[in-house]
Design a protein around this ligand. Structure first.
Ligand code: CTP
Length: 401
């Protein structure tokens, strides 16, 4: 950690990583200790904390910490520490550690917007990325003073999740710069009356994980989100909130012509009530309507987008990815249902998984198969939704290349 006010959030990051089973060494810069004391980090990490290469000289600490690490995460990373990394300085234990490290280095910038946009900082970010350092996008929001803008440290659990994904092999190469990506996420809600709706158990986690990985790979990401769990907005992404399938269809229809990649991870309700009551339906008064729910089919957003591409309304080069949440039955397996769905919907890639009995919906892990239109099936092993997201984006890369 380097010396920014967001250093206090690093306490939660250390705890999150420790709880996930990682062995964490905290290496603050001397100025970081102006914000949080060494004792806090020693207690949280269970290791001594030092800032200088002149501590534990007999253990050759300035080399050993970097050599032994599986990942180095600098959170918060100030403009100053990034400048020092670019220059290859080794004037404290942190920069010496980074110079030695052969493992992934994840830099999590946090600073005021002006500092972030300063050409010097932006040039340093570009240089670090060219050298293979993973520089995450800062979050957008309230900063230390009254100002708001990009420059906030992402939430500690987001940083921990991304770190774990990198340790599990997720590709965060920033080569999606300039790519425009649309992701649908969460479940739609179809209103019956002002207080009741038909909905589903989708949490939005897979869609948000996709957005997070795509944004950190440099893409310009828009999430069209229905109902989701309380998830933080991924840094570098914007969220358009919708409620019903028809609203989602309207927003997707408006944005799709501009997109390079469209990923439909939302659980869209296939049907909606024929009519929506203006006032709350009452037992004893609206019994007929409450007992027999008349439904009408919703637009199929994925199939419509594929059709629009055929008609030239969406560019021919746009990659369209669907999801299929399936259960198998006596005759047909979940995978067979997914293969039929890919053909029916006409998308380029389909991420299929088996759902039900507490699997997938609301969970932090996922697994399944990636199917392409040529009939190829690639198994996606059990992993966090971020690791699965990275696998899906790598499959999009393969298709586009
Ligand atoms: N989808 C969509 N619009 C709908 C329904 C689904 O865009 N009205 C998208 C989902 O976002 C997902 C894919 O289509 O990417 C498959 O969703 P799923 O609900 O599994 O497909 P359905 O067509 O509803 O098929 P099923 O009969 O199995 O429910």
């Amino acid at each position: 950690m380097s010396g920014g006010i967001a250093a206090y959030k690093a306490c939660h990051l250390v705890r999150d990583l420790k709880e996930a089973g990682d062995d964490v060494r905290v290496v603050p810069t001397p100025s970081a200790l102006n914000f949080v004391g060494a004792a806090t980090f020693e207690a949280l990490s269970g290791h001594p904390v030092s800032t200088t290469v002149f501590d534990a000289v007999d253990e050759v600490q300035h080399v050993r910490v970097g050599q032994e690490a599986d990942a180095v995460v600098i959170a918060p990373a100030t403009a100053d520490v990034m400048a020092r990394l670019v220059a290859g300085r080794a004037d404290d234990l942190l920069t010496a550690t980074v110079l030695v490290a052969q493992c992934p280095v994840i830099v999590v910038p946090a600073m005021h917007t002006e500092m972030w946009w300063n050409p010097a900082t932006q040039a340093n970010v570009r240089t670090l990325r060219e050298r293979g350092v993973i520089v995450l996008e800062p979050a957008h929001g309230r900063l230390t003073g009254r100002d708001t803008g990009p420059g906030r440290l992402p939430e500690p659990d987001q940083i921990a999740e991304l770190t774990r994904a990198v340790l599990d092999g997720a590709d965060l190469t920033p080569d999606w710069a300039g790519r425009r990506v649309l992701i649908t996420a969460g479940g739609t809600q179809e209103n019956l009356d002002p207080v009741r709706f038909l909905g589903n158990r989708s949490s939005g986690r897979q869609g948000f994980a996709l957005a997070e990985i795509a944004a950190h790979r440099g893409a310009q990401v828009t999430i069209v989100a229905g109902a989701t769990d309380d998830l933080p907005t991924p840094s570098g992404a914007t969220v358009e909130k919708v409620t019903s399938a028809r609203e989602m269809a309207e927003v997707v229809g408006r944005l799709a012509p501009e997109m390079d990649v469209i990923i439909m991870a939302a659980a869209v309700a296939d049907f909606r009530p024929v009519s929506q009551a203006d006032a709350k339906m009452k037992k004893g008064h609206d019994d007929a309507a409450l007992q027999l729910l008349e439904l009408v089919e919703n637009p199929d957003i994925l199939a419509t987008t594929v059709q629009q591409r055929r008609e030239g309304l969406v560019p021919a080069e746009t990659t369209i990815v669907g999801f299929a949440a399936e259960t198998g039955d006596g005759q047909t397996s979940a995978l067979e249902y997914a293969q039929a769905k890919l053909t029916r919907k006409g998308c380029d890639l389909l991420m299929a998984n088996e759902v039900g009995e507490g699997r997938v919906f609301g969970q932090t892990r996922n697994s399944g198969w990636l199917l392409t239109a040529d009939g190829a099936v690639t198994e996606v092993p059990d992993g966090s939704k971020h690791v699965v997201a990275a696998a899906i984006l790598s499959a999009v890369d393969d298709l586009r290349n």
